[in-house]
Design a protein around this ligand. Sequence first.
Ligand code: GLP
Length: 267
Amino acid sequence: MELLIRPTPRHAARLAARMIAERVRADPGLVLGCATGSTMDAVYDALVELVEAGSLELRGCTTFNLDEYVGLPPNDERSYHHYMRTRLFERVGLASDRTHLPDGMAADLRAEAAAYEGIIRAAGGIDVQLVGLGKTGHIGFNEPLSSLMSRTREKALTPETRRQNAAFFGGDPDDVPSRALTMGVGTILDARTVIMVVTGAHKATILAAATEGPITARISATALQLHPNCTVVVDEGAASELEGHAYYRWIYEQEPEWERYRADPSL
Ligand code: GLP
């Protein structure tokens, strides 16, 4: 795991977008794993900026999202289907047959989960998976005690997660669906590269636990410590409780791998 600290959420989002763009330029048919949540707004804005500037083309990519609420139809404005269409897919011309999210309306959710795993496999697996970090330490909707080997399945959301996502549902946590279909921790770990983006001081404690704490099913993001190719991009606010922050800063400032990004003040 490599952890990169950037000054603001915007810098962090731009750096993550630039890392994705570089991979897509090398492989225009890349399979991209997408995430949702307010942290991702800035990442998708940064990707759209690159597309509009003519330096990136995403039309050849295939995408798979981490999760979707159970019981929300794709045209519901609060669904992740709607979020992805309006935040990314329509803005970069990604055709709907190339984009995939689990169907939270499926009559048989177990069959839907198994089918989702199947289409990921058929696409050759996920090359780059974007993830955010929930306040409970979840990645996707893998709430505490999710098996670190879990696959796509239905999961009950914690009261904390429903509170965290209430803003998207008019403010009342009781209006947030209580269940979701989510890729499992094992599904996420199968991605060849993982990029986790975490911003804001309200995430500082859980970020420190997720990256520097012991691996535990109580915090599914700790499983990323086992991933051979995971980069965590954070802003100063989220970094404020990291014990190893001096070393992480040194990595970005000194390691040759990050040299091409260092020269650009917008990153
Ligand atoms: C939801 C999503 C997660 C995301 C989390 C963080 O719970 N299922 O994938 O990481 O929100 O949300 P935010 O970026 O709004 O803090």
